[in-house]
Design a protein around this ligand. Structure first.
Ligand code: AMP
Length: 352
């Protein structure tokens, strides 16, 4: 398997699987460090793509495992296929966390309707059924209350998963999770390089609307001890999973300050966009540094910040947003503003 044994010199080419806004912002950070980027979303031309780049990474997890396993034999892949394999499957993700002593919500696998009945009986109602693969922004999730019909819940979850299967994957089974009465949802973004240096950004609070991230508040307003614990968990997971690259760890903080990991994403994350404007090194630059074998940058926060996503027609407000001279507006250049689609974000810097 090809490995990168030295830092990539400027002028080298980074291949990015996926061509959304995360890839776009990564390519922009890479360009500042002197790299070229090839974005890639054509499964037919894999070999040609591998020949044209020096290292490959990805900006989303819903890539068929076979694609990255083939690529990994041709060109260095960071993070590796084994990381993607865990992070693209909710059950494997939770098993992995628990296996390295990191708590998650209580959960059970549900491979079919009979499995769902068993799992719900064990976890208790209310609970949430999530598709094991291909879920994002709350898609593929069904809440099961005292009166919910499990046949319908199963069909609804499978329906969402089948929609997601169009991005290339199999609709696997489901996971039943206990509902957490959380105090706050937070995330920590951590980078790890091949020489085992690890740097994390401060925990941030994430507020959702309709299951989609609406606002990120940096830093999360938590006692120092809890924030330190959250960072320690993210660092521990990055090391144990064998990460080279970036990992976003989404967590719930309960009312008694327990931390439960909800999800892992081995790539730049929406909740890290504030770092573009408010940190010494942005999550995108850090990602490029880790993938290219450069020393990691400082993650220090220059000021506090609030990042607001611009979904659908919220981005039409660009002129009003710009009339606040301190607002840092980022638009992704997408042509069609469908409801709920991430069209851009705005970060407001809070000077202390
Ligand atoms: P996910 O796709 O797993 O990130 O879930 C999307 C959102 O649904 C989360 O950010 C939470 O707001 C909510 N959610 C997911 N799982 C749970 C849970 N077990 N208990 C309470 N809320 C949840």
């Amino acid at each position: 398997m090809p490995e990168l044994t030295h830092p990539l010199p400027p002028g080298s080419t980074i291949g990015i699987l996926g061509s959304g806004q995360l890839g776009r912002m990564t390519a922009s950070a890479a360009a500042r460090l002197g790299y070229r980027c090839h974005a890639y979303d054509d499964a037919a031309a894999l070999t040609r793509f591998a020949e044209a780049v020096d290292v490959v990474t990805f900006e989303f997890e819903n890539i068929p495992l076979t694609t990255v396993e083939v690529l990994e034999k041709l060109v260095p892949l960071r993070p590796g296929a084994s990381v993607l394999k865990i992070c693209q499957h909710r059950l494997r993700e939770k098993d992995f966390c628990n296996g390295v002593s990191v708590p998650t919500t209580a959960y059970r696998a549900a491979g079919d309707l009979a499995g769902l009945e068993q799992a719900v009986a064990e976890i208790g109602r209310p609970c949430i059924l999530k598709s094991a693969e291909l879920g994002y922004d709350g898609k593929g999730q069904v809440r099961i209350d005292a009166t919910s019909d499990l046949t319908q819940a199963w069909a609804a979850m499978r329906g969402h998963a089948a929609e997601g299967a169009s991005v290339g994957g199999s609709a696997a089974g489901g996971v039943v999770e206990a509902i957490v009465e959380f105090r706050m949802e937070i995330s920590v973004i951590v980078a790890r390089s091949a020489d085992d240096s690890i740097r994390s950004f401060v925990p941030v609070e994430n507020r959702h609307k309709n299951h989609i991230l609406d606002e990120t508040i940096a830093p999360a307003n938590l006692p120092g001890e809890v924030a330190d614990r959250a960072e320690a968990i993210a660092r521990h997971l990055a090391k144990e999973i064998g990460l080279v690259g970036l990992l976003a760890v989404e967590m719930f903080v309960t009312h008694d300050n327990k931390i439960l990991v909800n999800e892992l994403a081995p790539r730049p994350h929406n909740s890290g966009h504030w770092t573009l404007d408010a940190c010494v090194t942005s999550q995108f630059e850090q990602f490029v540094r880790a993938v290219a074998g450069l020393p990691l940058g400082a993650t220090d926060r220059l000021c506090d910040a609030v990042m607001k996503n611009l979904l659908g027609d919220e981005a039409d407000d660009w002129l009003r947003i710009l009339s606040d001279p301190g607002a840092k507006l980022h638009l992704y250049g997408k042509a069609e503003a469908r409801p709920g689609r991430k069209m851009g974000h705005v970060t407001r810097l809070i000077r202390r």
